[in-house]
Write a protein of this length. Structure first.
Length: 151
């Protein structure tokens, strides 16, 4: 558990630092940005799946494990946004449209997801809290996917 918390803290620190450097300076090629954001989404999805299994009862509820996953999700929710430089919405991705065409709307969805994931670590102390906040966090994910992800 200590390693998970350390990893989450490092990721959170990196997430904060990412906002200091423009996306174009972080990625030499659009392909690098694509890999980066897809990796962040993969990690978030994996840990959301773990929490979902607990909420459904297909995995025993374990507050410590839930807390670890929640912290990782929270940290990772800050990462993908810097990895959407112009030219990174290619046929090799599932990005629908141009997220920056309406930058304010895209930013609002980002902020919504980060706000909901910030509530996860405290909420997962109980199974009822997990179920409630997992639903709200999942909705924030879906709101963005509905507008910006091809299926």
């Amino acid at each position: 558990m200590k390693r998970s918390m350390l990893a989450a803290m490092v990721a959170a620190g990196c997430a904060g630092a990412l906002h200091l450097v423009p996306a174009q300076a972080q990625f030499a090629k659009a392909e690098d940005a694509i890999k980066y954001r897809q990796a962040a989404y993969t990690v978030m999805s994996n840990h959301m799946g773990r929490l979902s299994a607990m909420a459904r009862g297909t995995r025993p509820f374990d507050a410590a494990s839930a807390q670890s996953s929640a912290r990782i999700i929270e940290a990772m929710s800050h990462l993908p946004w810097e990895a959407f430089p112009p030219g990174s919405a290619t046929d090799k991705t599932r990005v629908k449209g141009d997220p920056w065409k309406d930058a304010a709307a895209f930013k609002k969805l980002q902020d919504g997801l980060m706000a909901e994931t910030a509530k996860l670590p405290a909420a997962v102390a109980t199974l009822d809290g997990l179920k409630q906040q997992l639903g709200a966090t999942g909705k924030a994910c879906k709101d963005c996917r509905d507008d910006y992800r091809k299926d």
